[in-house]
Design a binder for this molecule. Structure first.
Ligand code: BMA
Length: 869
């Protein structure tokens, strides 16, 4: 959430509320936000500096000019002292007698990172120790009329972790924790803290372990009643009626009657008198909605939302209310045994859906500076690329409400991991209790969102530890003696097989829980082609399998696979100086966190492309390489429908500017792969695979109805001559894949012609083009591309931006359109092949760069593949 927008909105509210004064014994809740006037300092130092709330120590130090941009060059390395220190934050605020006259006043800290001692007027009110929780304490007795003082001491998270490591007496696996960079040798402490794993580094992320107030702080003053939680639980759903129960939690200061009402906008749906008892109460109010409109993903319909409110009155006066936008839908994960194993797919409102999407990580290493606009853009990028699901991965954090609201609005389903990834965790009572509280809090916070499709225990831990197969896994088990192995597994078993499923069952009844990703079935572990559950296939990349291996390693649901690329030039420029412009330079290496990253990019590039002639072209060709790889993966997965019913590549976003598997970079610029993904996730596609001299063409459709179409194949040489062609009538099946044609490549072109031509495969329906796939019969490096191709451009202003018309007499392969930083925007297509003699129209939508006049013109730089060698 953008700090500034929190600020203005919240200050306004606070002034309004305090200024207005509150009548003694008024029934309505009064809320005062305390996000203003904060200062901070390193403990032990005298100088207090301005702080922004929500925020982090790092961002506050940047704003005060005390440290330089951690993303620039290798600055990150010099900032590792910050997590070894304790930090203090303080503010003062005023309350008046009227405010203090309320029966109860709660201090709510919606997020603290992480070990925080909270003092009000020098009295310790509570100790926080879990990033993923919110904290609430009745504080009336410590408040006084006039000026009050709130101080929060953040203990060094790494020092806290070291104590815990020492207590346990042995290290736990934490593969991605970059403790060496942090000056901590092999002491990996991330697993002992309930704090986002990625703060400690990842194979795409820096190690910047911050502290701070991560979500707003407020005081809630109330009399008689407080509505603490409302869950609109859906019991049944048909065309005629949706039956629901509003499960309402209420705190009360008296044993009296209250009135609970459920409203849909101005319509009263239910009204119930409730018998309150002092303390915590739970009431269930049944209600129904006639002729409900369902919530759908966009390819199937409209993600319709109902805004429902629960209103609680006492002695005929409204005391408190909560509203949630909910969606009426049934969703389940279908695992039906079949001759090969078991299916694994999502069924939304009775419709089986192929999950098209990506893995999602946080949008910044410093989460508090992610703006609402950033959230809008990342979700829009998913929608634009025809996705219907994002997986919120377990090494980050349970996202902000705003993210889930956007997913609700846009028909994007969410695979929600609990926050555990690639590590083993302690199993002591305090840790397990904290995990349980965190799970309860987040399940309750997110369960009203229709986008939540399933809950998953963790990322990759089941396969990494591999309890049931001695010589499988990541070699972790073998590092421990028998007792330690037993204890470590017991902790795993307690969290992922007991606590988390129990919490989901109790607080989100009917929701699906999956212990780990990937996961096969109890007592076994997922492999690269298990016939049940989900799969992370990393043979391409880690094991250097060729791209075609995507066709040989397909499971029921491909929840991870990926290939790296460098970000585009503008992004690289943001963190480098000219001396760094070599991928092996110290600075580029600091922004490449996968040890094998450059090696893999180079070796795959050698197989597919001519060696690029300079640094900028290397970045561009690297993006094409990633795009072709992921295109092949998606086509492989979709063309294996209905056996395979999901394809989520790793990963849609970045936490800083870096070489990574992302498809949009830290600045949310689309890489080549994102444009390719958009096409490969289109509702109807054709796929092409050449193996052993045979070309196999398939059609894949997500539509619910079958149709007839025409497949037209044209072999076009690079100057536009048609050298071979074939047309055939084909069936476009409903929600599955079907082979259209299989023929020997030799029938289309001999080995010489193959280097000079592209096979244009077009699927038409009633003469309308549905999908076009361009199939090259040899690898790009073997193509005899025409040199010095001139792409002619015409640019016209439009209400939304510009229309760019491009044409070329010869094939221009992977036309890359670029504008300067000052003219940033999004192209409707990019990195595409411009066929000889064809005219292509691309729309350009400029980004709203605040304070800048609308663009009058754009300067385009055009690159194409033949210019890179
Ligand atoms: C997957 C993820 C991440 C990792 C990525 C790339 O396994 O779960 O842990 O960043 O691979 O290696």
């Amino acid at each position: 959430m953008n700090k500034n927008s929190w600020h203005s909105a919240l200050i306004a509210l606070a002034v309004l509320l305090v200024g207005a004064g509150c009548k003694t014994q008024s029934t309505m809740m009064t809320t005062v936000y305390l996000n203003d006037n904060w200062t901070f300092r390193q403990q032990g130092q005298t100088n207090w500096m301005a702080a922004v709330i929500p925020g982090t120590v790092h961002t506050d130090l940047i704003a005060n000019g005390k440290i330089s941009d951690p993303f620039f060059r290798t600055n990150e390395k010099d900032l590792q002292w910050i997590d070894k220190a304790n930090w203090e934050y303080q503010t003062s605020f005023e309350v008046d007698e009227d405010f203090l006259a309320h029966q109860s006043i709660d201090l709510e800290c919606l997020g603290l990172d992480t070990y925080a001692d909270v003092y009000l007027n020098d009295s310790l009110v509570f100790l926080a120790d879990n990033f993923f929780l919110s904290w609430e304490k009745e504080v009336k007795k410590w408040l006084k009329p006039g000026k009050n003082h709130l101080r929060i001491l953040f203990h060094s998270p790494t020092q806290m972790g070291l104590h815990k490591l020492e207590e346990l007496g042995y290290a736990l696996p934490a593969t991605n924790d970059q403790s060496e960079l942090g000056g901590m040798g092999d002491k990996r402490v991330s697993v002992f803290l309930r704090k986002p794993g990625y703060h400690f580094g990842w194979d795409w992320g820096p190690r910047l372990v911050s502290s701070g107030i991560s979500r707003p702080i407020r005081l809630k003053a109330w009399n008689h009643l407080k509505l603490t939680d409302v869950f609109f639980q859906q019991n049944s759903l048909s065309d005629e009626k949706a039956a629901l129960t509003a499960r309402c939690n209420v705190s009360s200061t008296s044993d009296e009657e209250g009135l609970l009402q459920i409203w849909y906008r101005d319509t009263l749906l239910a009204s119930q008198t409730v018998a309150l008892q002092v303390g915590e109460n739970e009431f269930h109010v049944p209600f129904s909605i006639a002729h409900p409109q369902r919530w759908w993903t966009k390819e199937l319909g409209t993600p319709f939302l109902y805004e429902l409110s629960a209103k609680l009155s006492f002695r005929r006066e409204l005391c408190d209310e909560q509203s949630h936008r909910i969606g009426l839908r049934s969703i389940r994960v279908v695992q039906t045994p079949d001759e090969k194993g078991s299916s694994f797919y999502l069924e939304l409102n009775g419709q089986p859906i192929f999950s098209k999407g990506a893995n999602y990580i946080p949008n910044d290493i410093f989460q508090t500076r992610v703006t609402e606009d950033n959230y809008r853009q990342v979700v829009a990028s998913a929608v634009d690329a025809n996705m219907n699901l994002l997986r919120v991965w377990g090494g980050g954090f349970y996202e902000e409400d705003f993210f889930y609201e956007l997913c609700d609005e846009n028909g994007i389903l969410v695979w929600q991991d609990f926050m555990f990834a690639c590590s083993m965790y302690p199993g002591d009572v305090a840790f397990l209790r904290s995990v349980e509280q965190e799970a309860v809090y987040n399940v309750k916070r997110l369960r009203n969102h229709p986008c939540i499709a399933l809950w998953c225990g963790n990322n990759e831990i089941d396969v990494a530890w591999a309890q049931y197969q001695e010589f499988s896994g990541w070699g972790w088990k073998q590092q421990y003696n028998n007792q330690q192995r037993k204890d470590i597994w017991q902790a795993y078993d307690a969290i992922f097989h007991k606590t988390l499923p129990t919490v989901v069952g109790a607080y989100h009844p009917g929701a699906f829980y999956w212990p780990s990703s990937p996961y096969a079935k109890p007592g076994t572990h997922a492999t690269n082609n298990t016939p049940s559950g989900d799969i992370h296939y990393w043979g391409v990349w880690h094991a250097e399998h060729p791209f075609t291996a995507y066709y040989d390693n397909i499971g029921r649901y491909m929840s991870e696979y990926g290939f790296q690329s460098f970000p585009e030039w503008k992004t690289v420029e943001s963190y480098t100086t000219p001396q760094d412009w070599d991928i092996e330079s110290e600075v580029m290496a600091a922004h490449q966190r996968s040890g094998i990253g450059n090696l893999r990019i180079r070796s795959y590039m050698q197989q597919h492309y001519q060696t690029p002639n300079d640094f900028r072209n290397l970045l561009y060709v690297g993006q094409l390489l990633q795009a072709e790889g992921i295109k092949m993966a998606i086509e492989a997965h979709r063309s294996a429908m209905p056996y395979c019913m999901g394809s989520l590549y790793w990963q849609i976003n970045d936490v800083w500017p870096v070489a990574s598997w992302s498809s949009t970079d830290y600045f949310q610029r689309w890489k080549a792969v994102h444009y390719f993904v958009k096409k490969s996730f289109a509702p109807v596609i054709t796929t092409a695979l050449i193996t052993d001299g045979q070309l196999k063409l398939k059609v894949v459709s997500d539509r619910r109805e079958a149709a007839e179409g025409k497949l037209s194949l044209r072999l076009v040489d690079f100057s536009g001559q048609v050298r071979w062609e074939k047309d055939t009538t084909v069936q476009i099946p409903a929600n599955t894949a079907l082979e259209m044609m299989s023929l020997p490549v030799a029938e289309i072109a001999d080995s010489n012609l193959a280097k000079l031509c592209v096979l244009v495969a077009e699927l038409k329906e009633k003469e309308q083009l549905v999908f076009r796939n361009l199939v090259y019969l040899v690898a790009p490096k073997k193509l005899l591309l025409p040199k010095n191709v001139l792409v002619q451009q015409e640019i016209f202003p439009t209400p939304e931006g510009f229309l760019i018309r491009l044409t070329s007499a010869f094939l221009a392969k992977n036309v890359y359109l670029e504008t300067s930083k000052e003219q940033e925007g999004l192209f409707s297509d990019n990195y595409f092949d411009l066929l000889p003699g064809e005219t292509v129209e691309v729309r350009f939508r400029p980004k709203n760069i605040s304070g800048k006049l609308p663009l009058q013109a754009i300067d385009l730089t055009i690159t194409s593949l033949e210019k890179t060698y």
